[in-house]
Design a protein. Structure first.
Length: 63
């Protein structure tokens, strides 16, 4: 199979066999993904900050 054939089959697959969400469902899912992405990034920032402070205390006390 050539790359052109692969691309054509991919577009056919997307057009005919994939069930796409409605516009409203897509917007709702985007809000859910954005919300969880922000919450996850805040959690990682918090853990990073705590570990950073712990490492500073460790090196300040044991250097």
């Amino acid at each position: 199979m050539t790359i052109i054939g692969y691309i054509k089959e991919s577009f056919t697959e997307l057009k005919n066999n994939v069930t796409w969400p409605s516009w409203a469902e897509g917007q709702r899912l985007m809000v859910v993904v954005a919300t969880f992405s922000m919450l996850f990034s805040l959690a990682i920032w918090g853990v990073d900050t705590v570990f950073g402070e712990l490492i500073k205390l460790y090196y300040a006390n044991f250097s």
